[in-house]
Design a protein around this ligand. Structure first.
Ligand SMILES: *[C@@H]1O[C@H](CO)[C@@H](O)[C@H](O)[C@H]1NC(C)=O
Length: 159
């Protein structure tokens, strides 16, 4: 290869690395420093693709978060809209969330009581509060549900 081609290739690789690094999620929940994903509990498991009732598959990833914990912006984000998980009134206690954009990703975050429903939030600033999931699913590993708008697997952005 010519020298300029080698340099160009190296620059492209660096640009790709920088892009993927910028899409890494910072800490989402105050008591889960490394965005650890929910394992097995009596209600199922938190990984993307895990089985759900009615033959459905889990289209997001569950990030462990204790009831009442602070929820942070994982990078600079824009709040697109409110995002409401359920229609079932029995789940009212955890039925809130946000649709967000940032770092080239569009995603929904559920079971968080937002501080606000529009505007921007800087990385590490508070988006809201983890809702009382134990009141709806006693014994579950309380968690935020993180789901990309295209429903692809977000796991690689968490680790
Ligand atoms: C989230 O908001 C974006 C931007 O407004 C929109 O395109 C997308 O359809 C919304 N996605 C979901 C799953 O709510």
């Amino acid at each position: 290869m010519m020298k300029t081609e080698v340099i160009l290739s190296a620059l492209i690789v660096l640009a790709i690395l920088a892009e993927s690094e910028s899409q890494k999620f910072g800490q989402l929940c105050s008591n889960n420093r490394f965005n650890k994903i929910r394992g097995w509990d009596k209600f199922g498991q938190g990984r993307h693709g895990a089985p759900r009732s009615g033959g459905r598959k889990h289209s997001g990833v569950d990030v462990i978060c204790s009831d009442g914990a602070a929820v942070y912006a994982p990078f600079d984000v824009k709040i697109n809209s409110r995002s409401i998980p359920y229609s079932d009134p029995k789940k009212k206690a955890i039925n809130d969330g946000l649709n967000l954009s940032g770092a080239g990703l569009c995603f929904n975050l559920w079971y968080v009581k937002p501080v606000k429903y529009s505007g921007v939030v800087k990385k590490g600033q508070r988006l809201g509060t983890m809702m009382p999931m134990q009141t709806v699913y006693p014994g579950i590993t309380s968690h935020l549900h993180l789901q990309l708008c295209n429903k692809y697997d977000p796991t690689r952005y968490l680790r």
